[in-house]
Design a protein around this ligand. Structure first.
Ligand SMILES: *Cc1c(COP(=O)(O)O)cnc(C)c1O
Length: 404
């Protein structure tokens, strides 16, 4: 945390100054955090130099994507819209992976036309459609097939994707059948086995199980893959002292996997690159005191940042200015939207707050702005990038007139 003289700073600018300049609610991103995250991520895995494709669904801001691209990362996209955005951010097609269970034929055609690096197919029907397009264009198309390793990611059930009951990927049996069916195809070239077992994973054991399943599957397939796409899912610390993924362990698990398998690793990180880069500044509209609790009613709501309402995610909320006065009473930080789930956080005590104070909802860089909506006909907040002493609007605040 960066308090200087009791005032919260994002890089070299105080939150009070930022909120005055840009208004609230507002998403603020730190360039320094983004740069650090990318450099750290590369460093953790540097012995095998993976191909890193940023998961665009976690944050699709054009300016941020172009910065991420300039740091050498590719993109993992899940729709034509995200593909277009990645290309607009000057990320090269040969660095773009297309994932998702329900790519339409139109999306597949578009991706193939753009000659992207890899399409990760998730069903036999999808491969059949890709084959049709390939035949029509008389070319051979590189694909990955997503395996569902039936591995419990030990994360929130809403963000688990690698269990048999989840819609994602294919069972080992089906996977092996498809390898057999397509290994001598003139139009499909299976280059990759892909997985993604879930998000916000803070323990390396699920990754170990996942690697074991992949290893077994490769052995049974008796097939030479060029790439293994391990997906993303690396968790971040939303709370002080909460579990943290041990990258050293994950990296060494992969290193021993690579001793047995001569392949190139692909990663698709989202949250671990962009999560702690973003802050949502909010102003207190009212404080409503009841017998048991104080409702801190903010000017930001579930339409601005949906994670708490969507899957009970908890984000730290910090005051922009520290004070010694503490109130030992339940505090509920809520938004103005007419839904009971429009609530950010409950705490058992908090420092004394006042109407018009600014607070900071932390770690909202991933799955923050991308999930925002106009519910209750509220305009979306702006996005601002801060780099040392400089601050710049990278997405303007939506105008009410544009949505009415
Ligand atoms: C969401 C997703 C990711 C990114 O997940 P994070 O938890 O943000 O790292 C990567 N790959 C696929 C296929 C995804 O659906």
């Amino acid at each position: 945390m960066t308090y200087k003289n009791k005032h919260f700073y994002i890089e070299n600018i105080s939150v009070e100054k930022l909120s005055k300049k840009f208004g609230t609610p507002a998403y603020i991103y730190s360039y320094g955090n983004l740069k650090n995250n990318i450099e750290n991520f590369k460093r953790y895995f540097k012995t095998f130099e993976p191909i890193i494709c940023f998961s665009v669904k976690s944050n699709s801001n054009l300016k941020l994507l172009s910065i991420i691209g300039r740091f050498g990362l590719g993109a993992d996209v899940v729709s034509k819209g995200e593909l277009l955005k990645a290309l607009k951010a000057k990320i090269k097609p040969e660095k773009i992976v297309f994932s998702g269970v329900g790519k339409t034929v139109e999306e597949l055609r578009f991706a193939i036309n753009k000659k992207i690096f890899l399409i990760n197919a998730e069903s036999e029907n999808e491969i059949i459609e890709i084959e049709k397009i390939a035949k029509k264009n008389n070319k051979k198309i590189n694909i990955g097939i997503r395996l569902n390793p039936d591995t419990d990611a030990k994360t929130l059930k809403e963000i688990s994707t690698g269990k048999e009951e989840n819609k994602f990927g294919l069972t080992k049996k089906k996977f092996l059948y498809l390898i057999k069916k397509y290994k001598n195809s003139n139009f499909i070239n299976i280059t990759c086995l892909s997985v993604h077992i879930g998000s916000q994973i803070t323990n390396h054991i699920p990754y170990k199980r996942m690697l074991d399943v992949i290893n077994k599957t490769i052995n049974e397939a008796k097939y030479k893959f060029s790439y293994i796409d391990l997906g993303g899912g690396m968790g971040i610390q939303y709370k002080k002292n909460s579990n943290k993924l041990n990258y050293k362990k994950y990296s060494s698990l992969i290193k021993s996997f690579l001793k047995k398998n001569d392949v190139k690793i692909i990663f698709e990180p989202g949250r671990s690159i962009i999560g702690n880069v973003g802050y949502l500044l909010s102003k207190i509209i009212y404080i409503k005191q009841t017998k048991k609790r104080n409702f801190i009613i903010l000017d930001s709501a579930m339409n601005d940042m949906m994670r708490p309402a969507l899957y009970k995610a908890e984000h730290m909320i910090l005051p922009s200015r520290l004070s010694k006065a503490k109130i030992k009473k339940k505090h509920e930080f809520v938004g103005p939207i007419c839904e009971t789930t429009d609530k950010f956080l409950s705490t058992i005590k908090y420092q004394k707050l006042n109407q018009n104070d600014v607070v900071i909802i932390c770690d909202v860089g991933a799955y923050g702005m991308v999930l925002s909506s106009n519910y209750n006909l509220r305009a979306k907040p702006p996005e601002i990038l801060v780099n040392k002493n400089l601050s710049k609007i990278i997405t303007k605040r939506q105008k009410l007139t544009s949505i009415i």
